[in-house]
Every structure is written in structure tokens, then in C-alpha cells.
Design a protein around this ligand. Sequence first.
Ligand code: GLC
Ligand code: CA
Length: 528
Amino acid sequence: MMSEWWKRGIVYQIYPLSFQDSNGDGKGDLQGIRGRLDYLQWLGVDAVWISPIYPSPMKDCGYDVADYRGIAPEFGTLSDFDALFADVRARGMKLILDFVPNHSSDQHPWFRESRDSRRSAKRDWYIWRDPAKDGGPPNNWLSNFAGSAWTLDKRTGQYYYHAFLKEQPDLNWRNPAVRTAMYDVLRFWMERGVDGFRVDVLWHLMKDAQMRDNPPNPGYRPGDPAVRRVLDVYSADQPEIFEVLAEMRGVVDAYPGRILIGEIYLPLERLVAYYGVGGNGVHLPFNFHLILAPWSAREIAKVIAEYERLVPPGEWPNWVIGNHDQKRIATRVGAAQARVAAMLLLTLRGTPTLYYGDELGMEDVRIPPERARDNWTRTEPGQVGRDPQRTPMQWDASVNAGFTRSEPWLPLNKNFERVCVESQKRDAHSMLSLYRALIDLRRSSAALVGGAKRLVEAPDEVLAYERAEGRERLMVALNFCREPRVLRGVAGRLLLSTHLDREGERFDGELRLRADEGVIADLAARAS
Ligand code: GLC
Ligand code: CA
């Protein structure tokens, strides 16, 4: 089997505010995570990625960093972090931190100094421009959270650029001093042992040197987020990013075994550019296309085939079905298909990343407006924001699902007595049991971890592929529809069904799939 841990392993994303509260303030924290490592080990994941835990005014739930080298008091202290890291290590797992290089908080000392005066030594650490002739913003770029991406600083009479909230000014990555400072941040955490970084909005880092206006988006439809009114032709994915990326990779490569995972929302042919050339990009440019594509066997097959064709030789694929910015998979495709999605995620060729709670089939929670925490709901009225997919982990049937002893920072799903770790552990047919079985099978199968993949002919609304390595030959067949389907001309033995009730069943000539059923079959084991 492959030696690199990040090719073999499964990544588990923790949203720290929502995983486990240890001190009764209703918010998750590092000691809380520490207390739940046994669960993660039992589940069988290899690496834990924790969304930002740095000091922050929390305007964007920690993606507005005020100190890149500290721990937010609500999450704990640096020594809590070291203790957590040691415990992760002791279990043979890896720890990945979130690195937010595109922007800082407006409360970061760098920005305070930068905004102080036009002559400030840090002025050029951020992106400042004079107003347009009419006094308005320098160009038409839009914030991802609606409105102009420029805010006028009255005192110095210039605008600063922010791709997200006005409290998240973009750093100027054309300035070598910014690069040096941020690379030192990476070193700071690698010195403490961390195994890698998930790099926030990596494709945003470099902007057009001339700051040209973005063209209007002819595909914009009413109801789309306002940011889609223009195409981000000049505000993101600029060629100069690859020079920065190569430097960043060099910094990380100086520490053996560490990795970079890039958050990148781009079409597949642009996404794969972020692998770089000859290993000078990120190890894994997050592939979100299972989230972005419509949920149908045909569309997903297209994504798989195109992606496999585009991943450069020598580079390694990866797959994601959920994160803290997207509707949860169980809400998006429904409970039955969420099981099919789980099988897909854990049997494709490439590193899977799993979002906390998806292993229980957790669903989006409707958040009453007065309890909203995501400021996007305020900057863009009508947006439900991302709180629904960020609700507390559902551990058990006790008060507040075992997440906290006081009021949780976001409301819990009312279904937590049924949809929780404790009850699903006892239920042999639960989503959690399915995830455990899938992870178990994957860990024991060289074909599933590193084997070749080949899409195979299948009936309408069925996605089927083979994974093979040495003498091991497996077939995965996933029924995306509500009716039974039959695959013909195949023989073997079932290793696992998403319904968890057909293990060991042999088939010869015909493989029957029930509605919403996925199976993994051993083809090497002939039927008779
Ligand atoms: C990324 C994060 C998202 C955040 C944004 C700005 O997309 O995943 O949660 O709001 O960057 O940092
Ligand atoms: Ca807490």
C-alpha cells in the first residue's frame, strides 16, 4: 500500500465551536475535542482538520484571525493545544490546522497599523486604493457576502479591499514582507508538530495587478447570492498565484510529512492547476465537485471521469461531500441517498474528507433569525447563511445531546435523541454503523485505498466502478434512484450493502440492487 499517510488516510473535519464544550459556555473547545478523541479513533479516521482556533473577534466564526500564533480564549490556551496535539499523536492520528492567509481580522495589529496613516510601514500589507473619479469604490468587485468588496476608510480617504466581510481585509500577497510573515506562521505551527494546513480560499490570494473590472455574469439568476452578478475573472485565480504557491510548498516541504490542502472552488480544469508542476503546488486541492454537481448517477460519473482524466500524473485525487460552508449531504440528497453518498466517498480513488456529524446523517437545522450567528445572514438579507450545517455534534440522548451543560451557541436538531452517536452505536443498521463498516473495509483493502479505478457500464441511474489491486478485484454499484435496478453479466460475493443486511450473499449473472442501495462486491470471489 502507499506509504504517504495523506493518500491512505481519511480526513475528519471538526468545526471547533460545535464539537464538544468542556467548560459550560455553550461553545466547543480544545479540551472538548481532546475528550472525544477515543470516538474518532473508534470511528477509524486518520487525520483531524480543525477549522480556525485562533484569537478572533468571531465576525466570521474564526475566519477573521486577529493573531495567527495564538489560541482564542474561548477555545483554550496554547498549552491546551499542545496537550491536544500530543493526544492526537499518541493515537497515531494526524492534526491539520486551518491557515487563513487571504485576509486577517480588521483587529489584527497589522491592519490597525496599516489603516493608521497612508505613510504607515504596514500600509502596503493590505490593498488600499484611491476612490474612483466619482468618489465611489475603485472597481466593481463584489464581496462574497454581498455589496462592494471595498470599504472607504474616511480618515485616510482610501478604500481597502475585502473579498469577504468588511472586518476581513485582504492581505497584499504581492508584498514580500507579507509572504515572509505568513510563511513564519506556517513554521510556527509546524515547529509545534502540526501535520499540515487546510489553506482558506487559496485561489483568492492574488488579484489582477491592474485591478480591472470584473465582467457581468450572464448566468446570474435572481435569488443567487449577489456576488454572482459578476464573474471573478480578475479578482481570483490569477497566474501569479502559482509563484506564491511554490514558495509556500517549499516552506512546508522543509518539514517532512507535512501537507497543504487548498480550499478552491473552481471548475475541474482550473482546480487541477493547483497541484502545480512537479510537486510545487498543494498536495490536495480540495475537490468539491461531488457537492457542486447535481446528484445523479450520470452527472457524478461525468465528474469522476473528467477529474480522473485531469489529475496530473503522479498527483493524488481527493473527494469531499460536506463542509461548514455547504448544506449537509443528508439534507441535500435525503437520508436514503446520504448512505449511497457515504459509500461513494469512501470507495472512490483518492483521499476522502468527512464533515463532523455526517457520519450520523445529521441534517441542517432551521435557525430562527434572532439566533443566527453567520453574519452573512445580515449582510445579505434573504440568505439563510451557514448556521444550519454548523449545529452542535449530537453525542447522546441527554440534555443538549451531551454537547454542553448550558445553552448551546446554535440550537440543536430536535432529532438528536435518535440521531446521535450513543444510539447509533447500538443500532447495527444505523448510518454510523455503515460509516464504521465502510471505513473498516477500506482500511483492510489495498484495492479501495490505492487500486486502479474503472467506470463500468451500468443501467440507468446506477453508477458502477471497479477497484483493483493485485488479485483483489472489487466492484462498487450505487443505485441513485428510488426503484430497484439489476446489473447483468457480473458474478461475485457481496462484502457490504448500504442497508447492512446482505454481507456474504453470492450472485452469479445478475446483481440486484434495491431502491437507494449501494453495494461493494468482491468479483475475485466467483459465485460458485
Ligand atoms: C472559506 C471558509 C468560510 C469563510 C471564508 C472566508 O470559504 O470556509 O467559512 O467564510 O473562507 O474566510
Ligand atoms: Ca467551551
